[in-house]
Design a protein around this ligand. Structure first.
Ligand code: RFL
Ligand code: PHB
Length: 393
């Protein structure tokens, strides 16, 4: 019987590809259209381990050509910039390559592999996963469909149906909401720096990222319920220029072609499994974006799950599947800690006192002047290697 994969985000599509390479059949279903998922603007930073995984999975050809390899980032505070040199500190780097480009590569591979990958499904429900007869029901092209599978992978993101289908009380949730959001834009403007710049400013956090040599991706801290109507383009550029100000530094401005507000939240589900249902990626956990970790964590989960399923079919042993949640959660909590820490040192907390602001600046001073502290940041940012206990193949 096939594996049922609910959701064609990075978690679902990469899982399908890894299983295919192991000779394991799966069916992927997705509520959105192909065009929608291939254009949805999301993450941009890939850890070295994610890059290696995509390359090993044979879907890295365009990423190798178009991805921008970055060997460091800048932290800017108190009107000065400080570079964290990843290559020198860890020997590793990150790659800036948009999440929707990863999605295009994975969809292309999936269809070339012969699918199945069903778009625009409706009324999805999962059943029978407490016992040994998991089923997915949905409507597709107006017809009622049912897939019997031996396992279900819940890869349907934070707002999906898999996690809420587990009986109440069987899972435990850990949740933290931050009192701010990010207003993000994409602009046709040459990035003013070759590397990402994270800013701690009196007026709030700001971030310069990019999608290509001609497209800037910029964020600024705002209220979690900020209305875009209050942010005409002139105001966005003026606020960004103030927060990035340093010497003669100026952001390059250009037409803004995408704008959005993202609230900041952290969330973890424990365990990430119930019977024959395995939750992966945002369906199981979300992190605030300051550490650029969500997509990378989704990739790490499905790597563990694909390996566990492969062991199950090759050797008959359920041991790896049984330990799926325990293995993933160790990385999940390490990444939660890092994402929380990056968020806490870089943002302006509305009710934070001047004492707290001074303490943040002291912490940034330490990170940019102590090699041990810089190494801690660099090691986490470029990604914990895939050798946490249980993760090694
Ligand atoms: P996704 O990408 O949300 O995919 C879930 C898919 O499931 C579909 N779906 C269903 N399908 C079938 N039946 C149902 N009932 C369904 N319900 C939903 C959805 O349509 C969707 O296609 O989850 P996945 O695969 O776990 O991937 C997680 C990542 O998308 C997410 O963690 C990252 O985008 C987070 N993130 C970042 N991560 C990074 O690693 N680096 C970054 O630089 C980074 N920046 C970001 C980010 C997320 C952001 N936003 C918008 C939340 C920046 C931002 C602004
Ligand atoms: C992005 O390019 O969208 C991006 C980069 C770094 C982050 C978050 C988002 O921490």
């Amino acid at each position: 019987m096939p594996k049922g994969i609910v959701g064609a985000g990075p978690a679902g599509l990469l899982l399908a590809r890894l299983l295919y390479l192991e000779g394991i059949d799966s069916v992927v279903i997705e509520t959105q259209s192909r065009a929608h998922i291939e254009q949805r603007v999301r993450a941009g930073v890939l850890e070295q381990g994610t890059v290696n995984l995509l390359n090993d999975a044979g879907v890295g050809e365009r990423m190798r050509r178009q991805g921008l390899v970055h060997e460091g980032i800048e932290l800017r505070f108190n009107g000065a910039g400080h570079r964290i040199d990843f290559r020198e500190l860890t020997g590793r780097a990150i790659t800036v390559y948009a999440q929707h480009e990863v999605i295009k590569d994975l969809v292309h591979a999936r269809l070339a592999d012969g699918g199945p990958l069903l778009f625009e499904v409706e009324d999805v429900a999962i059943e029978g996963f407490e016992g040994d007869a998991p089923r997915i029901r949905f409507r597709h092209g107006g017809e009622a469909c049912e897939i019997a599978c031996d396992y279900i992978a819940g890869c349907d993101g934070f707002h999906g149906i898999c996690r809420p289908s587990v009986p109440v009380g069987a899972l435990r949730f850990y949740d933290k909401t931050f009192p701010f959001g990010w207003l993000g834009i994409l602009a046709e403007a040459k990035p003013a720096s070759d590397e990402l710049i994270y800013v701690n400013h009196d007026r709030g956090f700001a971030l310069l990222s990019m999608r290509s040599p001609g497209i800037s991706r910029l964020y600024l801290q705002c209220r979690p319920d900020e209305s875009l109507a209050e942010w005409p383009n002139d105001r966005i550029w003026a606020e960004l220029q103030r927060r990035f100000e340093m010497g003669g530094f100026r952001l390059n401005e250009g037409p803004i072609f995408q704008k959005g507000v993202t609230p900041m939240r952290a969330f973890v589900t424990e365990p990430m499994q119930y019977g024959g249902l395995f939750l992966a990626g945002d369906a199981a956990h979300i992190v605030p974006p300051t550490g650029a970790k969500g997509l990378n964590l989704a990739a790490a989960d499905v790597r563990v799950l694909a390996h566990a399923l492969s062991c199950r079919y090759r050797t008959g042993s359920h041991e790896r599947l049984r330990r799926y949640s325990e293995i993933c959660l160790r990385r999940v909590w390490r990444v939660q800690h890092f994402s929380w820490w990056m968020t806490s040192i870089l943002h302006r907390f509305e009710y934070g006192s001047e004492f707290d602001h001074r303490r943040q600046l002291a912490e940034l001073d330490q990170v940019t002047s102590s090699r041990a502290a810089a190494e801690m940041l660099a090691e986490n940012y470029t990604g914990l290697p895939f050798d946490l206990p249980g993760e090694e193949p």
